[in-house]
Design a protein around this ligand. Structure first.
Ligand SMILES: [Zn+2]
Ligand SMILES: [Zn+2]
Length: 242
């Protein structure tokens, strides 16, 4: 069986995703209020193994402390953990580091293997994640809020990747006054663009990729429809934009 991907929110207003491999569920980000996450994934909760968090910005970590308080194990870098306020339940916190793989366990068996990698973002210690389900064997790349992806990955099956803006649309948004020039400069240095997504996809072996999910599209500087069409045409692989 193939993994199912769910999304309750994507973008600067809040990110929350879930991967269900049929046996276990992994939450990705906690950037919405915890009650929204808990009710949105109500049916999946009994099978949730944990929640991976890339960095401490509110749109990725707003609900994190409350999820930990409710006993959902969080996996995050030390820098991210220090950046989240009111995080208290030490039993639910697992500090992870770039390039040190870790496992999430069920009843004495490994359910997921995760390799964190170093993201490039204006946060304390941001990470991306290469995630493998031990049930389906599928490999999923999760990459958001990064200016650059420092690795190529082998045998990916699912790609969840930020596609924040395009040069053309961000230039136009600055010209028309929707995006201040200073904000545009920050976005260019800290977020993944349409041309970055294409370069990354060109650098990786896509022969086993069944689906590409585009994340964190900017309302002012991006276009869901255009990005979906461009990446589908570029790869020939089904694309969903969250
Ligand atoms: Zn973000
Ligand atoms: Zn961020």
């Amino acid at each position: 069986m193939r993994s199912k991907i769910y999304c309750l929110g994507s973008g600067s207003k809040g990110n929350s995703y879930a991967v269900d491999d049929g046996r276990s569920v992994l939450l990705l980000e906690a950037g919405l209020p915890a009650p929204k996450i808990l009710s949105g994934y109500r049916e999946l909760l009994p099978r949730v193994a944990g929640c991976l968090i890339t960095h401490e910005h509110m749109d990725h970590a707003k609900g994190a402390a409350e999820l930990a308080r409710r006993g959902i194990p969080l996996y995050l870098s030390d820098g991210t953990r220090n950046g989240i306020k009111n995080i208290q339940n030490p039993y639910a916190l697992h500090t992870v580091r770039a390039y040190e793989p870790f496992h999430l366990y069920g009843q004495e068996e490994v359910l997921w293997t995760v390799l964190p990698w170093e993201a490039q973002h204006d946060a304390a210690e941001p990470l991306g994640f290469l995630i493998q389900s031990r049930t389906t064997g599928e490999k999923l790349l999760f990459a958001t809020d990064t200016d650059f992806i420092p690795n190529a990955f082998r045998e990916l099956n699912i790609i969840m990747i930020e596609c924040n803006y395009s040069n053309h649309l961000i230039d136009r948004a600055v010209e028309e006054g929707y995006t201040p020039a200073s904000a545009a400069a920050r976005i260019r240095n800290t977020h993944f663009a349409l041309h970055d997504v294409k370069a990354m996809l060109a650098a990786n072996d896509l022969s086993q990729v069944s689906h590409i999910y585009l994340l964190h599209v900017s309302a002012a500087n991006g276009s869901k429809q255009l990005f979906e069409e461009e990446i589908r045409a570029f790869t020939g692989i089904p694309v969903t934009v969250f």
